[in-house]
Design a protein around this ligand. Structure first.
Ligand code: ADP
Ligand code: GLC
Length: 477
């Protein structure tokens, strides 16, 4: 049985800021169901929530620091999770990346370097856990130093590095390389050095045996200058070892037939019951209760990546049309404020709640008619998949995983019953507005609308297929 150490900075339901947590909470579970011995390692943040027991396992010394390794289970599963307990870095209010005021941790490099060093000790079976993994599966920049440091060990396990988002690179001044006491062999242009800076991400990209990213389209996009952030050269050089594997979803957690966060359960054969959730959503946001008016939803980190600017540009025109908008998210203060201003000016048409609320995210998926996801880039994207599963028709930009998961509504895709949403290409408010208008026209043709909803709901979004692709990759190593 293959033994995989899954290195991540967040995993649902222990702690989550975005899709990485969804994947880290569901892929290992799917792999375990296929008979893989997979264990997760992540920092023990103060904000971790669990009802599972947590046990002390060992104390490991790295770079003159003693960290404890604690053991627990991924809630509701048998998957073992090792928590790196170093209170000075992690037992603080805030989330993995920002402090309680929302400001990025000033010692992120130290925090994740320590985390990576401990992961290396576990990988090399030097941490008294009595377990030797075959493969170390790293995720995003926070784990990027793991393949780099392992490359200096003899007889080290094979490494896979998954890019969930190339925009976050873990870039620090050159001096940080020395202050972290990192081996000098790693500092070169084929190593962790990137334009004179220390790049954690590049440690993962340069030294891992295989690179994956979370959709086939994003795998191609990141080899171009528009999406590669200067790493396109390295990524195309490594293209034979680079695969795009689309994310699956946790079909238990995101299931309109059993979801405890929604008002009334439904499936494709009882789609009319979805309306109760629409009513609940309208009530909750003090919007006029109206079954017939199309409700647009957006749940997102409010950052540039998500195309919030396009939405802001469309809102003046959108809000003259017969529709309602319900938005939920947190992020860039200026986006929050501008969206709030619209909601205040049009209280009968638009509502926004700023914050992070998991239950509300589920209710929005269940109650809305249309989901907006006009991302400028999107490695995979999970919300459009949740939307499809909840009969909420997505409007997406043709990029990354959005392009790979949503089929545009066109005469031929309606005829062959593959259409599931609305896809636009150019990143302009004009093209987004056009897609919105196309959606409104089809919304007013209930039979066709229902076809879109049911086509989306019928697809298989489970991890079955993608987990097998990861397993095939592990086999190659
Ligand atoms: P990303 O990881 O880039 O943020 P994804 O679409 O992959 O984008 O995943 C986002 C995940 O985070 C989804 O599960 C989504 O429901 C959730 N999410 C984002 N913002 C919020 C929020 N404000 N409240 C609750 N859940 C949120
Ligand atoms: C990142 C990406 C998102 C992806 C998620 C999980 O946060 O922005 O597109 O779905 O990781 O892989």
């Amino acid at each position: 049985m293959k033994k995989i150490l899954f290195v991540t900075s967040e995993a649902h339901p222990l702690i989550k800021t975005g899709g990485l947590a969804d994947v880290s909470g569901s892929l290992p579970k799917a792999l375990a169901e296929q008979g893989i011995d997979v264990r997760i390692i992540m920092p023990k943040y103060q904000a971790i929530k669990t009802t599972e027991q947590i046990y002390y396992k060992s104390t490991v010394r790295v770079n003159n620091a003693d960290a404890n390794l604690l053991e627990t289970r991924l809630p509701g599963t048998e998957v073992i999770v090792w928590l790196v307990d170093y209170p000075e870095f992690f037992n603080l209010p805030g989330n993995p990346y920002v402090d309680e005021n929302g400001d990025p941790w000033t010692n992120s490099a130290e925090r994740f370097a320590l985390f990576c060093r401990i992961a290396v000790e576990v990988a090399m079976n030097r941490s008294y856990l009595n377990w030797t993994p075959d493969i170390i599966h790293c995720n995003d920049w926070q784990s990027g130093l793991v393949p780099a440091l392992l490359s200096l060990e003899s007889n080290h396990p094979a490494t896979v590095f998954t890019i969930h988002n190339l925009a976050y690179q873990g870039l620090f001044p050159k001096a940080t390389h020395a202050s972290l006491n990192l081996p000098s062999q790693l500092w070169n242009s084929n190593g962790v050095e990137f334009n004179g800076m220390l790049s954690f991400l590049k440690g993962g990209l340069a030294y891992s045996d295989r690179i994956t990213t979370v959709s086939p389209t994003y795998a191609r996009e990141i080899q171009t200058a528009d999406f590669g952030y200067g790493l396109e050269g390295l990524l195309s050089y490594r293209k034979d070892g680079l695969t795009g594997i689309i994310n699956g979803i946790d079909t238990e957690n995101w299931n309109p037939e059993t979801d405890p966060n929604i008002s009334v359960h439904f499936d494709f054969s009882t789609l009319n019951k979805k309306l109760f959730n629409k009513t609940a959503l309208q009530n909750k946001h003090s919007l006029p209760v109206d079954n017939n008016i199309p409700v647009f939803a957006l749940v997102s980190r409010l950052v540039e990546q998500k195309g919030i600017e396009l939405v802001l540009d469309c809102l003046p025109e959108m809000l003259t049309l017969p529709l309602q908008c319900v938005l939920h998210g947190v992020g860039d203060k200026s986006f929050e404020q501008q969206l709030n201003n619209f909601a205040r000016a049009y209280p009968d048409k638009m509502a926004i709640t700023i914050g992070y609320d998991e239950g509300l995210a589920h209710l929005l998926e269940a109650g809305a008619d249309i989901f907006l996801m006009p991302s400028l880039f999107e490695p995979c994207g999970l919300n459009q998949i949740y939307s499809l599963r909840y009969g909420t028709v997505p409007i997406v930009r043709k990029t990354g995983g959005l392009a790979d998961t949503v089929v545009d509504t066109l005469p031929e895709t309606l005829n062959n019953k593959t259409a599931t949403g609305f896809v636009f290409d150019e990143a302009t408010s004009g093209t987004l507005m056009e897609a919105i208008k196309r959606a409104l026209i089809v919304y007013n043709q209930p039979e066709i609308w229902k076809q879109l909803q049911t086509c989306g709901m019928h697809k298989d979004y489970s991890w079955n297929k993608s987990a097998k692709e990861y397993m095939a990759l592990y086999e190659l190593l």
